[in-house]
Design a protein around this ligand. Structure first.
Ligand SMILES: [Zn+2]
Ligand SMILES: [Zn+2]
Ligand SMILES: [Zn+2]
Length: 486
């Protein structure tokens, strides 16, 4: 393949792609990085390379963290963590046409990835990791023992998002991702972390049970068979020769195993002079200096992860929230609980002669709205929305989050027409609330309520209801609400 190659000091173009050449002399602000299709790091200092790669891959902007990165280097063994985070190595700029295909591949895969703002930090990190994996066609995440890791093991694609003091969050977030069905995992190793700061750099040592000092002298205990005296070897020693003489009977000891033995050792604390045979083991945290009794250390499993099909779909659909994010919103029940309550309601309907309904309130552009505000404000906005709902529903009605954009409601013992009227009213009030907070955004709210059937399972009725979300028109005019369906 013949390609146009154009080199100047800080950039190079090859094919249709522009490569920024980052060195340790010039400053590279984010805008400059975004101006190129790919980045080549031209440096020999491993610390500089590591810092640059971590900064790019740990960035929150998708245009930066998905950027193809190559290293320009002549020799040397590549850090295994960096190896997972870069897209290739060049030995000279003349080889540039060899990496154009790789950049092309990454661009094609990245095109389909949806950039979305998640409602929680956890969901955002999960989104980010999966988007990076998808753009590189990676299916696995493997922990690597790493000297620069705060917990001793580094899963490059996720750990790069954390400072050394926050890295324990990697294990917590991967657990959430697994609970959500996005990854499966297998055991790799066990680590022990500081109870005070979750750090993994621990100095284990034997300490005095009285004062916890590790400064001790240890000597053999001697048991003289002849007179039954037991004492530390220093009691038997003298300053003149190497002979051992019993302080009790004055006899010279002859052969170990014949007239004496060494049943144990004795420690003498050099700090408090306490003499002891059984020491304690403590792990001093090198990050926060806390003395951890080893039996209290936080034991954590380091695991290998494989992405599931559901996980891969996150890259194309976005992962707005984990199911935990909405668990603690007052006035709502967990989705699992909602389903159980719905099943009971269907049972009740079989014995009675009234109508109950299930419905939804769906904000079509919730992602856009959430991305305008921080996580704390999202929670307070959601709480306000739930309050509006609660004021318009009766206490026997229950609400749950189906996902970050959709609430499901059960509206019991009222005709369907009334249920839809109430939902319209809720949509109008919610629109007013959101308009007040987001003047420049069009609010797109959809609602619908259907009567509960006694012949169809609650699961299927919920599925049908959720499928109908896309077919439902937007209720976006508070002054002139759409007519309810008769
Ligand atoms: Zn600590
Ligand atoms: Zn002591
Ligand atoms: Zn003796």
């Amino acid at each position: 393949m013949v390609m146009d190659v154009n080199i100047n000091k800080s950039s190079i173009t090859a094919g249709t792609f522009s490569f920024g050449i980052m060195n340790s002399i010039e400053h590279w602000p984010n805008e400059r990085v975004m101006g190129y299709d790919a980045i080549i790091i031209d440096a020999v200092d491993p610390e500089f390379i590591r810092k640059k790669v971590f900064k790019l891959r740990g960035h929150h902007n998708q245009d930066i963290f998905l950027k193809p990165i190559f290293l320009l280097k002549s020799s040397g063994k590549l850090d295994p963590v960096l190896n997972e985070l870069i897209d290739g190595v060049l030995f000279s700029l003349e080889q540039i046409d060899l990496i154009v295909g790789r950049v092309q591949e990454i661009f094609l895969k990245s095109n389909d990835i949806l950039a979305i703002k998640s409602t929680s930090f956890e969901a955002e990190i999960i989104n980010k990791v999966i988007n990076f994996m998808t753009s590189r066609d990676k299916k696995k995440l493997a922990p690597i023992p790493y000297i620069h890791s705060g917990i001793g093991y580094f899963i490059p694609e996720i750990s790069v998002n954390f400072g050394i003091n926050d890295e324990h969050n990697v294990l917590r977030i991967m657990q959430i991702a697994e609970d959500e069905g996005l990854f499966t995992s297998t055991f790799s190793e066990r680590v022990y972390l500081c109870t005070n700061c979750n750090g993994g750099y621990l100095n284990y040592r034997e300490v005095c049970p009285k004062c916890s000092s590790s400064h001790a002298n240890t000597e053999d205990m001697i048991h003289h068979f002849t007179c039954a005296y037991v004492g530390p070897i220093s009691d038997f020693q003298n300053t003149i020769d190497d002979d051992l003489n019993c302080p009790k009977c004055n006899k010279t000891l002859r052969h170990i195993g014949v007239d004496y033995d060494k049943p144990s050792v004795l420690h003498t604390c050099q700090n408090c002079n306490h003499r002891y045979q059984d020491y304690h083991v403590k792990a001093k945290c090198l990050s926060c200096h806390f003395e951890n009794p080893v039996e209290n250390l936080i034991s954590k499993e380091i695991r290998n992860y494989v992405i599931t099909r559901k996980g891969i779909s996150v890259a194309y659909n976005g992962f707005i929230s984990t199911s935990k994010d909405f668990d603690e919103i007052p006035g709502t029940v967990k989705y699992d609980v909602f389903k159980i309550m719905l099943r009971y309601e269907i049972e009740r309907l079989r014995q009675n002669d009234y109508t109950s309904n299930i419905g939804f309130v769906h904000i079509s552009n919730a992602g856009e709205i959430y991305s305008r505000i921080g996580v704390d404000r999202q929670k307070s906005l959601i709480s306000e929305m739930i309050e509006i709902l609660r004021q318009n529903l009766r206490s026997a009605d229950f609400i749950s989050f189906y996902d970050a954009s959709t609430l499901v409601l059960s509206m019991n013992e009222i005709p369907n027409k009334i249920a839809n009227k109430i939902l319209n009213e809720i949509a109008n009030l919610t629109t007013v609330l959101l308009k007040r907070n987001f003047k420049s955004i069009d609010i797109e709210i959809k609602t619908n309520a259907v009567s509960l059937e006694t012949q169809i399972s609650h699961e299927l009725q919920l599925q049908n209801l959720m499928k109908s979300v896309d077919r439902t028109p937007t209720n976006n005019n508070p002054e002139n609400p759409p007519k309810s369906i008769d």
